[in-house]
Design a protein. Structure first.
Length: 588
Protein backbone atom coordinates (compact mmCIF):
# COMPACT_ATOMS: atom_id res chain seq x y z
CA UNK A 1 0.00 0.00 0.00
CA UNK A 2 1.52 3.39 -0.94
CA UNK A 3 2.22 5.85 1.88
CA UNK A 4 -0.37 8.51 2.71
CA UNK A 5 0.96 12.06 2.81
CA UNK A 6 -1.00 14.51 4.99
CA UNK A 7 -0.63 18.22 4.32
CA UNK A 8 0.07 20.55 7.21
CA UNK A 9 2.67 20.95 9.92
CA UNK A 10 4.75 23.82 11.17
CA UNK A 11 5.01 26.81 8.86
CA UNK A 12 8.47 27.85 7.73
CA UNK A 13 9.70 31.35 7.02
CA UNK A 14 9.95 30.59 3.28
CA UNK A 15 6.31 29.48 3.16
CA UNK A 16 5.19 32.65 4.95
CA UNK A 17 7.03 34.88 2.49
CA UNK A 18 5.61 32.96 -0.49
CA UNK A 19 2.11 33.28 0.99
CA UNK A 20 2.50 37.06 1.42
CA UNK A 21 3.67 37.51 -2.17
CA UNK A 22 0.87 35.28 -3.51
CA UNK A 23 -1.81 37.19 -1.58
CA UNK A 24 -0.46 40.49 -2.89
CA UNK A 25 -0.89 39.15 -6.45
CA UNK A 26 -3.99 36.91 -6.33
CA UNK A 27 -5.96 38.59 -3.51
CA UNK A 28 -7.82 37.04 -0.58
CA UNK A 29 -10.40 35.04 -2.55
CA UNK A 30 -8.37 32.62 -4.74
CA UNK A 31 -6.99 30.40 -1.98
CA UNK A 32 -6.73 27.29 -4.16
CA UNK A 33 -4.46 29.16 -6.55
CA UNK A 34 -2.38 30.47 -3.63
CA UNK A 35 -2.16 26.96 -2.17
CA UNK A 36 -0.83 25.62 -5.48
CA UNK A 37 2.41 27.47 -4.72
CA UNK A 38 2.78 25.59 -1.41
CA UNK A 39 2.83 21.81 -1.99
CA UNK A 40 2.75 21.01 1.74
CA UNK A 41 -0.31 23.11 2.55
CA UNK A 42 -3.97 23.02 1.56
CA UNK A 43 -6.28 25.93 0.69
CA UNK A 44 -7.97 25.91 4.11
CA UNK A 45 -4.62 25.95 5.92
CA UNK A 46 -3.39 28.81 3.74
CA UNK A 47 -6.52 30.85 4.46
CA UNK A 48 -6.28 30.13 8.20
CA UNK A 49 -2.60 31.13 8.25
CA UNK A 50 -3.40 34.46 6.59
CA UNK A 51 -6.39 35.27 8.78
CA UNK A 52 -4.80 34.12 12.05
CA UNK A 53 -1.20 35.33 11.72
CA UNK A 54 -0.01 37.09 8.55
CA UNK A 55 -2.85 39.56 8.07
CA UNK A 56 -1.63 43.09 8.97
CA UNK A 57 -4.91 43.71 10.83
CA UNK A 58 -4.14 40.92 13.33
CA UNK A 59 -2.98 42.23 16.71
CA UNK A 60 -0.09 40.10 17.99
CA UNK A 61 0.18 42.06 21.22
CA UNK A 62 -0.56 39.75 24.16
CA UNK A 63 -1.44 42.62 26.52
CA UNK A 64 -5.19 42.78 27.21
CA UNK A 65 -6.89 45.64 28.99
CA UNK A 66 -9.33 45.20 31.85
CA UNK A 67 -12.22 46.42 29.67
CA UNK A 68 -11.41 43.84 27.00
CA UNK A 69 -11.25 41.05 29.62
CA UNK A 70 -14.63 42.05 31.04
CA UNK A 71 -16.10 42.21 27.55
CA UNK A 72 -14.64 38.78 26.72
CA UNK A 73 -16.10 37.16 29.84
CA UNK A 74 -19.54 38.68 29.32
CA UNK A 75 -19.64 37.69 25.63
CA UNK A 76 -18.49 34.14 26.44
CA UNK A 77 -21.58 33.81 28.65
CA UNK A 78 -23.92 35.32 26.06
CA UNK A 79 -22.38 33.52 23.04
CA UNK A 80 -20.89 30.23 24.23
CA UNK A 81 -18.36 28.64 21.84
CA UNK A 82 -18.96 31.35 19.20
CA UNK A 83 -15.41 32.64 19.28
CA UNK A 84 -15.36 34.13 15.78
CA UNK A 85 -18.40 36.26 16.59
CA UNK A 86 -16.83 37.27 19.92
CA UNK A 87 -13.59 38.25 18.14
CA UNK A 88 -15.49 40.41 15.63
CA UNK A 89 -17.34 42.17 18.49
CA UNK A 90 -14.16 42.81 20.52
CA UNK A 91 -12.25 44.05 17.44
CA UNK A 92 -8.80 45.61 17.89
CA UNK A 93 -7.30 42.95 15.60
CA UNK A 94 -8.12 40.04 17.94
CA UNK A 95 -8.69 36.64 16.36
CA UNK A 96 -10.80 33.75 17.60
CA UNK A 97 -7.69 31.86 18.74
CA UNK A 98 -6.50 34.85 20.76
CA UNK A 99 -9.89 35.07 22.47
CA UNK A 100 -9.85 31.35 23.32
CA UNK A 101 -6.32 31.50 24.74
CA UNK A 102 -7.08 34.60 26.79
CA UNK A 103 -10.28 33.07 28.15
CA UNK A 104 -8.42 29.89 29.11
CA UNK A 105 -5.68 31.91 30.79
CA UNK A 106 -8.22 33.86 32.84
CA UNK A 107 -9.80 30.59 33.97
CA UNK A 108 -6.38 29.16 34.90
CA UNK A 109 -5.54 32.30 36.87
CA UNK A 110 -8.76 31.93 38.85
CA UNK A 111 -7.92 28.27 39.53
CA UNK A 112 -4.47 29.19 40.81
CA UNK A 113 -6.02 31.81 43.11
CA UNK A 114 -8.26 29.18 44.68
CA UNK A 115 -5.19 26.90 44.99
CA UNK A 116 -7.07 23.75 44.13
CA UNK A 117 -4.54 21.01 44.94
CA UNK A 118 -4.82 17.37 45.81
CA UNK A 119 -5.75 14.10 44.19
CA UNK A 120 -9.31 15.16 43.33
CA UNK A 121 -10.81 16.26 40.04
CA UNK A 122 -10.56 19.92 41.09
CA UNK A 123 -6.78 19.91 40.63
CA UNK A 124 -6.91 18.63 37.04
CA UNK A 125 -6.17 21.15 34.23
CA UNK A 126 -9.08 22.73 32.38
CA UNK A 127 -10.18 21.65 28.95
CA UNK A 128 -9.18 23.64 25.90
CA UNK A 129 -6.30 24.34 23.60
CA UNK A 130 -3.88 25.29 26.37
CA UNK A 131 -4.60 22.12 28.34
CA UNK A 132 -4.10 19.95 25.26
CA UNK A 133 -0.76 21.60 24.60
CA UNK A 134 0.32 20.91 28.18
CA UNK A 135 -0.67 17.23 28.08
CA UNK A 136 1.05 16.10 24.90
CA UNK A 137 2.87 19.24 23.80
CA UNK A 138 1.49 18.71 20.27
CA UNK A 139 1.37 21.53 17.79
CA UNK A 140 -2.39 21.34 17.27
CA UNK A 141 -2.93 24.69 15.55
CA UNK A 142 0.30 25.63 13.75
CA UNK A 143 -1.41 28.42 11.77
CA UNK A 144 -1.49 30.59 14.92
CA UNK A 145 2.17 30.02 15.87
CA UNK A 146 5.31 31.86 14.71
CA UNK A 147 7.12 30.45 11.70
CA UNK A 148 10.10 28.12 11.96
CA UNK A 149 13.39 29.86 11.06
CA UNK A 150 15.16 28.74 7.90
CA UNK A 151 18.08 26.35 8.05
CA UNK A 152 21.50 27.30 6.77
CA UNK A 153 21.32 24.56 4.14
CA UNK A 154 17.91 24.68 2.43
CA UNK A 155 16.59 21.33 1.29
CA UNK A 156 16.02 20.53 -2.37
CA UNK A 157 12.22 20.54 -1.97
CA UNK A 158 12.20 24.03 -0.46
CA UNK A 159 14.62 25.30 -3.12
CA UNK A 160 12.40 23.97 -5.93
CA UNK A 161 9.29 25.38 -4.23
CA UNK A 162 10.96 28.80 -3.94
CA UNK A 163 12.08 28.75 -7.59
CA UNK A 164 8.59 27.76 -8.79
CA UNK A 165 6.98 30.52 -6.69
CA UNK A 166 9.42 33.14 -7.99
CA UNK A 167 8.79 32.12 -11.59
CA UNK A 168 5.00 32.08 -11.26
CA UNK A 169 4.75 35.32 -9.33
CA UNK A 170 7.09 37.06 -11.78
CA UNK A 171 5.01 35.88 -14.75
CA UNK A 172 2.64 38.84 -15.01
CA UNK A 173 1.51 38.08 -18.57
CA UNK A 174 -0.40 35.03 -17.35
CA UNK A 175 0.68 32.53 -19.99
CA UNK A 176 -0.08 28.98 -18.97
CA UNK A 177 2.20 27.36 -21.54
CA UNK A 178 5.28 28.84 -19.92
CA UNK A 179 4.26 27.48 -16.53
CA UNK A 180 3.66 24.01 -17.96
CA UNK A 181 7.08 24.15 -19.64
CA UNK A 182 8.68 25.07 -16.33
CA UNK A 183 6.92 22.18 -14.62
CA UNK A 184 8.20 19.75 -17.24
CA UNK A 185 11.71 21.16 -16.87
CA UNK A 186 11.49 20.73 -13.10
CA UNK A 187 10.37 17.12 -13.48
CA UNK A 188 13.21 16.47 -15.90
CA UNK A 189 15.71 18.04 -13.51
CA UNK A 190 14.37 15.84 -10.70
CA UNK A 191 14.78 12.74 -12.83
CA UNK A 192 18.34 13.68 -13.85
CA UNK A 193 19.23 14.46 -10.23
CA UNK A 194 17.91 11.04 -9.16
CA UNK A 195 19.94 9.30 -11.86
CA UNK A 196 23.06 11.23 -10.86
CA UNK A 197 22.51 10.32 -7.23
CA UNK A 198 22.13 6.63 -8.02
CA UNK A 199 25.20 6.75 -10.26
CA UNK A 200 27.23 8.26 -7.43
CA UNK A 201 25.93 5.60 -5.03
CA UNK A 202 26.89 2.89 -7.48
CA UNK A 203 30.39 4.37 -7.84
CA UNK A 204 30.67 4.41 -4.05
CA UNK A 205 29.79 0.72 -3.88
CA UNK A 206 26.08 0.86 -3.11
CA UNK A 207 24.21 -1.11 -5.75
CA UNK A 208 20.67 0.21 -6.07
CA UNK A 209 18.36 -1.63 -8.43
CA UNK A 210 16.57 0.67 -10.85
CA UNK A 211 14.06 -1.96 -11.99
CA UNK A 212 10.90 -2.72 -10.09
CA UNK A 213 10.86 -5.95 -8.12
CA UNK A 214 7.22 -6.83 -8.71
CA UNK A 215 6.60 -9.38 -11.45
CA UNK A 216 3.36 -7.69 -12.33
CA UNK A 217 5.05 -4.45 -13.40
CA UNK A 218 8.22 -5.84 -14.97
CA UNK A 219 6.86 -5.38 -18.50
CA UNK A 220 6.25 -1.68 -17.89
CA UNK A 221 8.77 1.09 -18.45
CA UNK A 222 10.87 2.45 -15.63
CA UNK A 223 11.11 6.10 -16.59
CA UNK A 224 13.78 6.74 -13.94
CA UNK A 225 16.28 4.25 -15.36
CA UNK A 226 15.36 3.61 -19.02
CA UNK A 227 14.47 5.67 -22.07
CA UNK A 228 11.15 4.44 -23.50
CA UNK A 229 11.15 3.18 -27.12
CA UNK A 230 14.87 3.76 -27.52
CA UNK A 231 16.57 2.62 -30.75
CA UNK A 232 20.16 1.83 -29.85
CA UNK A 233 22.63 3.23 -32.38
CA UNK A 234 25.28 0.67 -33.41
CA UNK A 235 28.77 1.52 -32.34
CA UNK A 236 31.30 2.78 -34.91
CA UNK A 237 30.88 4.66 -38.20
CA UNK A 238 27.65 4.31 -40.18
CA UNK A 239 28.04 2.29 -43.41
CA UNK A 240 26.73 4.34 -46.39
CA UNK A 241 28.05 2.20 -49.27
CA UNK A 242 24.59 0.93 -50.20
CA UNK A 243 23.15 4.46 -50.32
CA UNK A 244 26.01 5.66 -52.56
CA UNK A 245 25.42 2.74 -54.96
CA UNK A 246 21.69 3.56 -55.23
CA UNK A 247 22.47 7.22 -55.98
CA UNK A 248 24.97 6.27 -58.68
CA UNK A 249 22.44 3.98 -60.39
CA UNK A 250 19.76 6.70 -60.50
CA UNK A 251 22.27 9.21 -61.87
CA UNK A 252 23.39 6.88 -64.69
CA UNK A 253 19.77 6.20 -65.71
CA UNK A 254 19.01 9.94 -65.86
CA UNK A 255 22.11 10.70 -67.98
CA UNK A 256 21.26 7.90 -70.45
CA UNK A 257 17.71 9.21 -70.88
CA UNK A 258 18.88 12.78 -71.48
CA UNK A 259 21.49 11.75 -74.05
CA UNK A 260 18.90 9.86 -76.12
CA UNK A 261 15.82 12.14 -76.17
CA UNK A 262 16.84 15.27 -74.34
CA UNK A 263 14.79 17.09 -71.72
CA UNK A 264 11.10 17.52 -72.63
CA UNK A 265 9.61 20.75 -71.28
CA UNK A 266 5.90 20.80 -70.49
CA UNK A 267 4.04 23.17 -72.83
CA UNK A 268 0.65 24.77 -72.08
CA UNK A 269 -2.30 23.07 -73.72
CA UNK A 270 -4.04 25.11 -76.49
CA UNK A 271 -7.51 26.40 -75.73
CA UNK A 272 -10.33 24.68 -77.59
CA UNK A 273 -12.21 27.12 -79.83
CA UNK A 274 -15.97 26.73 -79.49
CA UNK A 275 -18.24 26.76 -82.47
CA UNK A 276 -20.54 29.80 -82.96
CA UNK A 277 -23.69 27.66 -82.71
CA UNK A 278 -22.82 26.44 -79.22
CA UNK A 279 -22.10 30.02 -78.05
CA UNK A 280 -25.59 31.16 -79.16
CA UNK A 281 -27.25 28.27 -77.33
CA UNK A 282 -25.35 29.08 -74.15
CA UNK A 283 -26.30 32.79 -74.24
CA UNK A 284 -29.98 31.96 -74.79
CA UNK A 285 -29.91 29.53 -71.85
CA UNK A 286 -28.46 32.17 -69.49
CA UNK A 287 -30.98 34.84 -70.55
CA UNK A 288 -33.89 32.42 -70.14
CA UNK A 289 -32.73 31.53 -66.66
CA UNK A 290 -32.47 35.22 -65.70
CA UNK A 291 -35.91 36.15 -67.10
CA UNK A 292 -37.71 33.09 -65.70
CA UNK A 293 -39.69 33.94 -62.55
CA UNK A 294 -38.65 32.23 -59.35
CA UNK A 295 -40.99 29.38 -58.45
CA UNK A 296 -41.56 28.49 -54.84
CA UNK A 297 -42.18 25.00 -53.64
CA UNK A 298 -45.46 24.12 -52.08
CA UNK A 299 -45.49 23.78 -48.32
CA UNK A 300 -46.30 20.12 -47.75
CA UNK A 301 -46.87 19.29 -44.11
CA UNK A 302 -46.58 15.81 -42.76
CA UNK A 303 -49.66 13.84 -41.78
CA UNK A 304 -50.89 14.31 -38.22
CA UNK A 305 -49.89 11.64 -35.79
CA UNK A 306 -51.80 10.11 -32.91
CA UNK A 307 -50.45 12.47 -30.26
CA UNK A 308 -51.70 15.60 -32.03
CA UNK A 309 -55.17 14.10 -32.44
CA UNK A 310 -55.26 13.21 -28.74
CA UNK A 311 -54.29 16.77 -27.84
CA UNK A 312 -57.02 18.17 -30.09
CA UNK A 313 -59.58 15.91 -28.41
CA UNK A 314 -58.47 17.20 -25.04
CA UNK A 315 -58.74 20.79 -26.20
CA UNK A 316 -62.24 20.18 -27.60
CA UNK A 317 -63.32 18.44 -24.39
CA UNK A 318 -62.44 21.41 -22.17
CA UNK A 319 -65.08 24.03 -21.44
CA UNK A 320 -64.30 27.65 -22.33
CA UNK A 321 -63.62 29.90 -19.36
CA UNK A 322 -66.33 32.52 -19.02
CA UNK A 323 -65.26 36.15 -18.62
CA UNK A 324 -66.17 37.83 -15.39
CA UNK A 325 -68.80 40.52 -15.78
CA UNK A 326 -67.54 43.37 -13.59
CA UNK A 327 -70.58 45.57 -14.14
CA UNK A 328 -72.91 43.04 -12.55
CA UNK A 329 -70.55 42.71 -9.55
CA UNK A 330 -70.45 46.51 -9.06
CA UNK A 331 -74.28 46.69 -9.25
CA UNK A 332 -74.55 43.93 -6.65
CA UNK A 333 -72.17 45.75 -4.28
CA UNK A 334 -74.06 49.03 -4.67
CA UNK A 335 -77.38 47.34 -3.94
CA UNK A 336 -75.98 45.66 -0.79
CA UNK A 337 -74.45 48.94 0.50
CA UNK A 338 -77.74 50.79 -0.12
CA UNK A 339 -79.55 48.42 2.25
CA UNK A 340 -77.30 49.44 5.19
CA UNK A 341 -78.91 51.62 7.93
CA UNK A 342 -77.88 55.29 8.21
CA UNK A 343 -75.06 56.10 10.70
CA UNK A 344 -75.95 57.27 14.18
CA UNK A 345 -72.69 59.14 14.92
CA UNK A 346 -70.63 61.14 12.42
CA UNK A 347 -66.96 61.43 13.31
CA UNK A 348 -64.20 63.09 11.33
CA UNK A 349 -60.45 63.41 11.78
CA UNK A 350 -58.72 66.75 11.87
CA UNK A 351 -56.20 67.27 9.08
CA UNK A 352 -54.05 70.24 10.11
CA UNK A 353 -52.87 72.45 7.28
CA UNK A 354 -50.76 75.20 8.73
CA UNK A 355 -51.27 77.77 6.01
CA UNK A 356 -52.16 81.41 6.09
CA UNK A 357 -55.50 80.92 4.36
CA UNK A 358 -56.95 78.41 6.87
CA UNK A 359 -59.37 80.02 9.31
CA UNK A 360 -62.22 77.52 9.87
CA UNK A 361 -61.57 74.06 11.37
CA UNK A 362 -64.27 71.40 11.60
CA UNK A 363 -63.84 69.12 14.57
CA UNK A 364 -66.89 66.95 14.95
CA UNK A 365 -70.47 66.92 13.75
CA UNK A 366 -73.16 66.40 16.39
CA UNK A 367 -71.12 63.94 18.37
CA UNK A 368 -72.27 63.55 21.95
CA UNK A 369 -70.78 60.09 22.53
CA UNK A 370 -67.23 61.39 22.20
CA UNK A 371 -64.80 59.88 24.72
CA UNK A 372 -62.18 61.74 26.75
CA UNK A 373 -59.29 60.53 24.59
CA UNK A 374 -60.87 61.97 21.45
CA UNK A 375 -61.48 65.30 23.22
CA UNK A 376 -57.89 65.40 24.41
CA UNK A 377 -56.60 64.76 20.88
CA UNK A 378 -58.82 67.52 19.46
CA UNK A 379 -57.60 69.98 22.10
CA UNK A 380 -54.01 69.04 21.36
CA UNK A 381 -54.53 69.66 17.64
CA UNK A 382 -56.18 73.01 18.37
CA UNK A 383 -53.23 73.98 20.53
CA UNK A 384 -50.83 73.05 17.74
CA UNK A 385 -52.85 75.10 15.25
CA UNK A 386 -52.77 78.13 17.54
CA UNK A 387 -49.02 77.77 17.94
CA UNK A 388 -48.52 77.60 14.17
CA UNK A 389 -50.73 80.65 13.65
CA UNK A 390 -48.80 82.56 16.31
CA UNK A 391 -45.56 81.67 14.51
CA UNK A 392 -46.96 83.23 11.33
CA UNK A 393 -47.23 86.55 13.18
CA UNK A 394 -43.52 86.52 14.07
CA UNK A 395 -40.74 87.92 11.91
CA UNK A 396 -39.49 86.02 8.89
CA UNK A 397 -36.09 85.49 10.56
CA UNK A 398 -37.68 83.50 13.41
CA UNK A 399 -39.99 81.58 11.05
CA UNK A 400 -37.14 80.48 8.80
CA UNK A 401 -34.78 79.67 11.70
CA UNK A 402 -32.10 82.16 10.61
CA UNK A 403 -29.40 83.61 12.82
CA UNK A 404 -30.32 86.85 14.65
CA UNK A 405 -27.53 89.45 14.24
CA UNK A 406 -26.10 91.50 17.09
CA UNK A 407 -27.74 94.97 17.08
CA UNK A 408 -24.45 96.64 18.08
CA UNK A 409 -22.80 95.46 14.88
CA UNK A 410 -25.39 97.09 12.60
CA UNK A 411 -24.46 100.07 10.43
CA UNK A 412 -27.25 102.26 9.07
CA UNK A 413 -27.02 103.57 5.52
CA UNK A 414 -28.31 107.12 5.13
CA UNK A 415 -30.91 107.82 2.50
CA UNK A 416 -34.21 109.57 2.03
CA UNK A 417 -36.93 109.94 4.63
CA UNK A 418 -38.73 106.68 3.77
CA UNK A 419 -35.54 104.63 3.93
CA UNK A 420 -34.71 106.11 7.33
CA UNK A 421 -38.16 105.16 8.67
CA UNK A 422 -37.75 101.62 7.31
CA UNK A 423 -34.30 101.36 8.88
CA UNK A 424 -35.65 102.48 12.26
CA UNK A 425 -38.39 99.83 12.21
CA UNK A 426 -35.82 97.31 11.03
CA UNK A 427 -33.46 98.03 13.95
CA UNK A 428 -36.35 97.95 16.47
CA UNK A 429 -37.42 94.54 15.22
CA UNK A 430 -33.84 93.17 15.36
CA UNK A 431 -33.33 94.47 18.92
CA UNK A 432 -36.67 93.03 20.04
CA UNK A 433 -35.90 89.58 18.55
CA UNK A 434 -32.39 89.69 20.03
CA UNK A 435 -33.80 90.39 23.49
CA UNK A 436 -36.55 87.74 23.16
CA UNK A 437 -34.55 84.83 21.77
CA UNK A 438 -30.85 85.61 22.34
CA UNK A 439 -30.07 87.81 25.36
CA UNK A 440 -32.87 88.75 27.76
CA UNK A 441 -30.59 91.24 29.57
CA UNK A 442 -30.22 93.39 26.46
CA UNK A 443 -31.80 96.83 26.96
CA UNK A 444 -34.25 97.41 24.14
CA UNK A 445 -38.05 97.83 23.80
CA UNK A 446 -39.96 94.67 22.88
CA UNK A 447 -42.11 94.84 19.77
CA UNK A 448 -45.40 93.01 20.33
CA UNK A 449 -46.63 90.47 17.79
CA UNK A 450 -49.20 91.68 15.28
CA UNK A 451 -52.88 90.93 15.53
CA UNK A 452 -54.03 88.38 12.99
CA UNK A 453 -56.58 90.77 11.41
CA UNK A 454 -53.98 93.52 11.06
CA UNK A 455 -51.56 90.98 9.61
CA UNK A 456 -54.11 89.91 6.98
CA UNK A 457 -55.02 93.49 6.16
CA UNK A 458 -51.40 94.56 5.67
CA UNK A 459 -50.72 91.57 3.44
CA UNK A 460 -53.73 92.43 1.28
CA UNK A 461 -52.61 96.07 0.97
CA UNK A 462 -49.09 94.98 0.04
CA UNK A 463 -50.42 92.62 -2.63
CA UNK A 464 -52.68 95.29 -4.13
CA UNK A 465 -49.85 97.83 -4.06
CA UNK A 466 -47.51 95.43 -5.80
CA UNK A 467 -50.08 94.83 -8.52
CA UNK A 468 -50.74 98.54 -9.17
CA UNK A 469 -47.18 99.79 -8.63
CA UNK A 470 -45.19 101.05 -11.61
CA UNK A 471 -41.52 100.18 -11.37
CA UNK A 472 -39.19 103.08 -12.02
CA UNK A 473 -35.60 102.03 -12.33
CA UNK A 474 -34.19 105.48 -13.03
CA UNK A 475 -33.82 106.36 -9.33
CA UNK A 476 -31.96 103.20 -8.44
CA UNK A 477 -28.38 103.89 -7.49
CA UNK A 478 -25.74 101.95 -9.32
CA UNK A 479 -22.60 100.98 -7.46
CA UNK A 480 -19.33 100.63 -9.34
CA UNK A 481 -15.93 99.57 -8.11
CA UNK A 482 -13.36 102.36 -7.75
CA UNK A 483 -10.89 102.55 -10.62
CA UNK A 484 -8.16 104.80 -9.22
CA UNK A 485 -4.45 103.92 -9.42
CA UNK A 486 -3.91 104.37 -5.69
CA UNK A 487 -6.43 101.64 -4.85
CA UNK A 488 -4.83 99.34 -7.43
CA UNK A 489 -1.42 99.96 -5.87
CA UNK A 490 -2.82 99.23 -2.40
CA UNK A 491 -4.32 95.95 -3.64
CA UNK A 492 -1.03 94.92 -5.25
CA UNK A 493 0.86 95.80 -2.06
CA UNK A 494 -1.56 93.71 0.00
CA UNK A 495 -1.17 90.75 -2.38
CA UNK A 496 2.62 91.05 -2.24
CA UNK A 497 2.50 91.18 1.56
CA UNK A 498 0.30 88.08 1.70
CA UNK A 499 2.67 86.25 -0.64
CA UNK A 500 5.70 87.18 1.49
CA UNK A 501 3.93 86.10 4.68
CA UNK A 502 3.00 82.77 3.08
CA UNK A 503 6.56 82.18 1.86
CA UNK A 504 7.91 83.10 5.30
CA UNK A 505 5.56 80.64 7.00
CA UNK A 506 6.59 77.89 4.55
CA UNK A 507 10.28 78.62 5.17
CA UNK A 508 9.71 78.60 8.93
CA UNK A 509 7.95 75.24 8.74
CA UNK A 510 10.73 73.75 6.61
CA UNK A 511 13.40 75.20 8.91
CA UNK A 512 11.62 73.76 11.94
CA UNK A 513 11.56 70.32 10.33
CA UNK A 514 15.23 70.67 9.40
CA UNK A 515 16.12 71.76 12.94
CA UNK A 516 14.22 68.80 14.41
CA UNK A 517 15.97 66.37 12.04
CA UNK A 518 19.33 67.99 12.86
CA UNK A 519 18.69 67.65 16.60
CA UNK A 520 17.75 63.97 16.16
CA UNK A 521 20.89 63.30 14.11
CA UNK A 522 23.10 65.07 16.66
CA UNK A 523 21.51 63.08 19.47
CA UNK A 524 22.01 59.80 17.59
CA UNK A 525 25.65 60.73 16.85
CA UNK A 526 26.25 61.50 20.52
CA UNK A 527 24.66 58.21 21.58
CA UNK A 528 26.76 56.27 19.08
CA UNK A 529 29.87 58.13 20.25
CA UNK A 530 29.16 57.25 23.87
CA UNK A 531 28.60 53.60 22.92
CA UNK A 532 31.87 53.62 20.96
CA UNK A 533 33.79 55.08 23.92
CA UNK A 534 32.34 52.48 26.29
CA UNK A 535 33.16 49.69 23.83
CA UNK A 536 36.76 50.98 23.51
CA UNK A 537 37.12 51.08 27.28
CA UNK A 538 35.84 47.53 27.59
CA UNK A 539 38.24 46.42 24.84
CA UNK A 540 41.24 48.04 26.56
CA UNK A 541 40.23 46.49 29.87
CA UNK A 542 39.93 43.07 28.25
CA UNK A 543 43.35 43.45 26.60
CA UNK A 544 45.01 44.46 29.89
CA UNK A 545 43.37 41.59 31.72
CA UNK A 546 44.49 39.15 29.00
CA UNK A 547 48.09 40.39 29.32
CA UNK A 548 48.01 40.02 33.10
CA UNK A 549 46.54 36.53 32.83
CA UNK A 550 49.25 35.58 30.33
CA UNK A 551 51.99 36.76 32.72
CA UNK A 552 50.41 34.89 35.61
CA UNK A 553 50.10 31.79 33.43
CA UNK A 554 53.79 31.92 32.50
CA UNK A 555 54.87 32.34 36.16
CA UNK A 556 52.62 29.50 37.27
CA UNK A 557 53.86 27.23 34.46
CA UNK A 558 57.50 27.91 35.39
CA UNK A 559 56.74 27.13 39.03
CA UNK A 560 55.04 23.90 38.12
CA UNK A 561 57.89 22.89 35.80
CA UNK A 562 60.47 23.46 38.56
CA UNK A 563 58.35 21.45 40.99
CA UNK A 564 58.11 18.62 38.47
CA UNK A 565 61.87 18.69 37.97
CA UNK A 566 62.48 18.49 41.71
CA UNK A 567 60.02 15.64 41.99
CA UNK A 568 61.70 13.66 39.20
CA UNK A 569 65.13 14.21 40.76
CA UNK A 570 63.92 13.02 44.17
CA UNK A 571 62.24 9.96 42.65
CA UNK A 572 65.40 9.09 40.72
CA UNK A 573 67.49 9.43 43.90
CA UNK A 574 65.09 7.25 45.85
CA UNK A 575 65.10 4.60 43.12
CA UNK A 576 68.92 4.63 43.05
CA UNK A 577 69.05 4.25 46.81
CA UNK A 578 66.58 1.38 46.72
CA UNK A 579 68.61 -0.34 44.01
CA UNK A 580 71.81 0.00 46.06
CA UNK A 581 70.15 -1.41 49.16
CA UNK A 582 68.80 -4.39 47.26
CA UNK A 583 72.24 -5.10 45.80
CA UNK A 584 73.87 -4.92 49.22
CA UNK A 585 71.25 -7.23 50.66
CA UNK A 586 71.75 -9.78 47.93
CA UNK A 587 75.57 -9.73 48.32
CA UNK A 588 75.33 -10.26 52.07
Amino acid sequence: MPPIYVKGGVWSNIEDEILKAAVSKYGTNQWSRVASLLPKKSAKQVKARWNEWLNPKVNHNKVWTIEQDEKLLSLSKLLPNQWRTIASVIGDGRTATNCVERYQKLIDDVDTEFKLVGPGIESMPGSGQQAASVVGDININPETKPSRPDDEDISDEEREMLAEAKARLANTSGKKAKRKLRERMLEESKRIALLQKRRELKAAGFNVSLTKKRKKNRLEFDYNSDIPHEHVVPSGLHDVKQEIQVNEDEKSKFNLKVSKSGIEMEQPKPKQVEKPGKQKVRKEATTSVETEPIKRRKLNLSAPEEETSIQEDRIVGTKPIAKVDRKSISKLLKSTFSTLPPPKVHQSTIIPKFTEEEDIIYLDSTSQDQDEGEKFRNLKLLRELNEEKSKLLQSQVIQRGLEIPNPDSLTLVKGNHLEELINQEFTKLIKSDFRKYKDSSYQAPIVQDLDYDIFEKTNQEIDSELVNMKINTSDQAKYELPRSKTIAKQILAKLQQLKENCSKSIVELESQEYIAKRAKLIQSIQDNYQELISADEELEFAKDRAKEEEIVFKVESNRLESAVDRLTKSTNAIQERVRQLTVEKLTN
